[in-house]
Design a binder for this molecule. Structure first.
Ligand SMILES: Cc1ncc(C[n+]2csc(CCOP(=O)(O)OP(=O)(O)O)c2C)c(N)n1
Ligand SMILES: [Mg+2]
Length: 313
């Protein structure tokens, strides 16, 4: 499967999984789908028949609230059946809302933000000490970079010269309730990582070619590398893009689900079959005119007060 096909599948599963479960974080899943698509299609070394193989690359999705994205990728790669994705977020399912290491192919449980870089750095140090050649990859959210523990791990990785550690920051400029710069600014993110002594690569994180080039060109210069992947939260479903509503809201029955699926069908790559709605949705519902807000994102309900005020000015 190509990275484009895998990323599309991640998005389509993500819509279905959050829709079926009433689970959150669809915007975060859409944002990171291209990063995970390229990693699993083109970069990571793994063996689906031996998920714990010693020479596999390690991978941690530290922004564990986007668990649907990694579960979808693992299922599509063959770690478990894609049917199981429908149990996401349900009582008794091992596909918990946030990432669980009980799932084959998962190296570390996440969900409490701020821990993935420390764990990935530890794995990278262990590999070096054991003379192993595999790498350790971790994806952080940009809001997650507000956690102090991220910067302790950043110092640690430089101190130990962990050039087998690759951190990718999903830099969508938003966190759960607002823009990052309005919450606790880490701008300029690139400059901060540089000042900590990391190799820094700044790219469009929704562009597969740029992701592939950055991820396959990691320098072995005794320093860890961070890829600042500039992304769009909600990417791929225009009415969700850059709209904070879709951090927590899931696509409900009616126009929200119909339009999400219809929008994805406009960009479906050759050779991909939609496992849920193979022909798309016939006569998709449209939102009521009065639900279309000033910003044209069609968000039916919640908008933070500051946002409404700015729009009215
Ligand atoms: C330690 C901790 N604090 C708060 C939360 C609640 N929370 C879940 S997602 C989120 C925002 C994360 O934003 P970001 O890292 O930018 O990820 P994005 O969804 O934008 O990809 C927060 C604060 C959490 N999961 N863990
Ligand atoms: Mg973010």
């Amino acid at each position: 499967m190509t990275s484009e096909q895998l990323a599309w599948k991640i998005r389509r599963h993500g819509v279905e999984m959050t829709h079926l479960s009433g689970g959150s974080h669809i915007g975060a899943v859409m944002s990171v789908a291209d990063i995970i698509g390229v990693l699993y299609a083109d970069i990571l070394k793994f063996d689906v028949n031996n998920p714990k193989s010693d020479n596999r690359d390690r991978f941690i999705l530290s922004k564990g609230h986007a668990g649907a994205a990694i579960y979808a990728a693992l299922a599509e790669c063959g770690f478990f059946d894609t049917e199981e994705l429908k149990t996401h977020y349900r009582n008794g399912s091992r596909l918990s809302g946030h990432v669980s290491h009980h799932v084959p192919g998962v190296d570390f449980s996440t969900g409490s933000l701020g821990h993935g870089l420390s764990a990935a750095a530890g794995m990278a140090l262990a590999a070096k000490q054991d003379g192993k050649s595999h790498k350790s990859y971790v994806v952080l959210g940009d809001g997650e970079c507000n956690e102090g523990s991220v910067w302790e791990a950043a110092l640690f990785a430089v101190h130990f010269g962990l050039d087998n550690l690759v951190c990718i920051v999903d830099h969508n400029k938003m966190q759960s309730l607002d823009f990052c710069d309005k919450t606790l600014s880490t701008t300029p993110l690139k400059g901060i990582w540089e000042s900590f002594g990391w190799n820094v690569v700044d790219i469009n994180g929704n562009d597969h070619e740029q992701l592939r080039n950055a991820l396959s060109g990691i320098k072995a210069n005794n320093k860890p590398t961070v890829i600042i992947a500039n992304t769009v939260k909600g990417k791929g479903i225009p009415y969700m893009e850059n709209d904070i509503l879709w951090h927590y809201r899931f696509p409900h029955d009616g126009w929200e689900y119909d339009q999400a699926v219809s929008e994805l069908h406009k960009t479906k790559p050759e050779g991909v079959t939609d496992p849920y709605t193979p022909d798309g949705i016939q006569n998709p519902e449209m939102p009521d005119e009065k639900e279309i807000h000033l910003d044209n994102t069609m968000s039916a309900t919640y908008k933070p007060t500051w946002f409404r005020k700015e729009q009215q000015q």
